[in-house]
Ligand binder design. Sequence first.
Ligand code: ADP
Ligand code: GLC
Length: 492
Amino acid sequence: MKVLSVASEIFPLVKTGGLADVTGSLPKALARCGVETATLLPGYPIVMEQLSNALPLLAFDDLLGEPASLLHVRVEGLNLFVLDAPALYDRAGGPYTDDTGKDHPDNWKRFAALSLAAAELAAGALPGWQPDLVHTHDWQTALTSVYMREMGLGIPVVITVHNLAFQGQFSVQLLPFLGLRAELYSTDCLEYFGDISFLKGGLQTADAITTVSPTYAREILTPRFGMGLDGVLNERASILRGIVNGIDLDVWDPMTDPNLIANYDHSNLRLRSGNRAALLRKFELDDTDEGPVFSAVSRLTWQKGMDMLAEAADEIICNGGKLIVFGRGDHAIEQQLLEAASRYPSRMAVHIGYDEPTAHLIHGGSDAIVQPSRFEPCGLTQLYALRYGCVPVVSRTGGLSETIIDANDAAMSARVATGFQFHPVTTDGLRGALRRALQAYADPRQWPRLQNQGMKARFSWDRSAQQYAAVYASLTKKSRSLEISIAPHIAI
Ligand code: ADP
Ligand code: GLC
């Protein structure tokens, strides 16, 4: 089966968060299930810089008013179509924001053009290659299925919601510039509280909706987590399911990770001390005592509960622990964390930045990872932490609730506990979980047991990829029975 995945980021070429990890690692796992994936992504400068031997395949003279071309390239086992459209993507800043953190003002056009190019590919714009199914991710690519339906294409579409908080909401005035009919401004398509929502359009026109954990799939049906789209999701609940994310076991392997000072596995956990020392040096923290090092590697946002961590930092520091926070995000929350750190020199460090090797070292050298998210569709950090023998302290929400087993008495005596959960998701709740973690750390039998149990947890992609493959198979079977013709196979 041939799948066209459409994504605004993909690891290792361009990443702002977990979406890139998923779009970069799922195709490799799907290949083991007999699914060939080609991924279409924008030609941001950071992507273009990394391409060598890219093959021009196709030119679009007028993609929403801009010229563009399609390149094909293979990078680290990934089969990629890159949309090279300098007017849309060749600029300073990141995929979504400029250097000051403000959204690019024409994001509507940048991602609608990507979606339109995907629909053209699905329609057979590339002679001899046509996908059996299209898989879109989040609002940035959600218009793909809207364009496909407008073209009368019957090829099935799966949309995965990685985070319902980002919906691609824009003025209805843009509709003509998107090349879409005014009639699509309706409650059963793009209309959203007087605006249009790209994500809603995708949810209304896709054949299957997935999200990245079964718990989040249930949560988003409620007004509390549904963020205005719970009504639509309830109407479409029969095609919604949760498939938990896996992790790339090659990229995140403490035995081979080149970013660690000392490689290790569950049988020689004491080697982690080399990483811990390097980490404390890097963040200029005191290395003279044995208290636990708690870390957060995260977007510094309200979603991630990083304001609560700033408030609860004293719980860690005053009980002999240290705290490292690494990430970037909302300016006010960054400032709140920096202020907290200024109260505890040499015991708490906050570095505003984004850097893959540092993220790996933090997992390999910290004792615990803190993720007090207010909502968390899946979360990957806690999965990396488990594999690295770094104990997760998490709120009980979304994917966090189903990937971490709380260290209560029953789970400890059954030897299945892997971390600490708290609920309700408040600063006091977080303080309670931090206290429990500090107590467990002080018990020389409990902590290594938790580390070992976490390292045994299996979050490879294999099971989840099989679930995606089953969703794909059921949809393509359905569309074949509707006698939708599929172009002959050529090797891309
Ligand atoms: P989200 O996608 O909501 O940010 P996830 O837990 O799914 O949350 O994924 C976050 C990804 O981003 C992980 O791969 C994590 O290691 C990475 N990450 C977060 N902050 C940083 C940072 N400051 N530097 C490098 N990687 C980071
Ligand atoms: C989103 C979610 C996160 C999830 C990631 C990958 O960014 O916030 O929970 O792990 O997507 O699916």
